[in-house]
Design a protein around this ligand. Sequence first.
Ligand code: SAM
Length: 213
Amino acid sequence: MRRAHGRLRGVVILKKKLIEVALPLEAINRESAREKSIRHGHPSTLHLWWARRPLAACRAVLFGSLVDDPSAHPDRFPTEEAQQEERERLFRIIEELVKWENTTNPEVLKAARAEILASCDGNPPPVLDPFCGGGSIPLEAQRLGLEAHASDLNPVAVLITKALIEIPPSGESWPGSSAGPSPTAWSPTPTARARARARPSSTCSGATRPAWS
Ligand SMILES: C[S@@+](CC[C@H](N)C(=O)[O-])C[C@H]1O[C@@H](n2cnc3c(N)ncnc32)[C@H](O)[C@@H]1O
């Protein structure tokens, strides 16, 4: 996800990203652990996926991989103190971003998306998770306003991820359903209809418009 910063005698200079320097791990770990006891609104209540990664950790990793570390901008943050101060400001954003209660908070998501855009010259890269499992990474990419793509060897993983990132933002109803795009229309839990009609391919792509904000 590192974007070229410039070229010096043909050598591409990459901007250092926040994740390469520091992250507020205590807050990320705490919120990731808390997620295990969330019983309403979490994708794990739609369908269990045994290796699902915590959404808070995925959100923080995506943010930290896209947002520049302040040391990448010595013109704006010339001293170590100034860089650390800016890092602390970014940490505050992450600490809010990882809270379950803020997953649909427009102010918090707006602030995070603004930082990503600022670090990516207004054009963030699409995210591809080729081993998507339960879809945590593409779901969180979408929440951060990114174009998300996913694939998996396992068709069940593809079905879960499609239900998370592809069908809701498309406005389409679940295959075989005459109902509109309500959660009950695209949820894979009424499995008889899904089993009979859904034909998951091995890939999914989510629109930039997030399904969950
Ligand atoms: C650890 S899980 C991913 C978990 C996911 N990040 C989540 O949060 O739910 C790894 C996934 O890789 C998939 N996988 C393993 N080998 C693969 C391959 N060769 N091609 C595509 N997917 C593969 C498995 O089916 C499994 O769903």
